[in-house]
Design a protein around this ligand. Sequence first.
Ligand SMILES: [Zn+2]
Ligand SMILES: [Zn+2]
Length: 75
Amino acid sequence: MRYLYTNPVTTIVSPCERAIPSSNIDLHYAHCSRNLEKCKICGDMVPRKHAEEHYESTHAPVSGSKGNNKLYIAF
Ligand SMILES: [Zn+2]
Ligand SMILES: [Zn+2]
């Protein structure tokens, strides 16, 4: 677990990189770390559900072997 304290009382940066009041941080941190995942490639915090989507829309190789990302070549 990693908290970044920019101000010991009020401002805590949570996994989603928002400043959260310290009274909410436990709840928020638990929520965030359960739902967010750090992208190994760009380091963004991405919702777990959308990690694949994020990868495919941002980092996927453009070769189009994925099926839903077809490239049509017109002759
Ligand atoms: Zn958060
Ligand atoms: Zn990424």
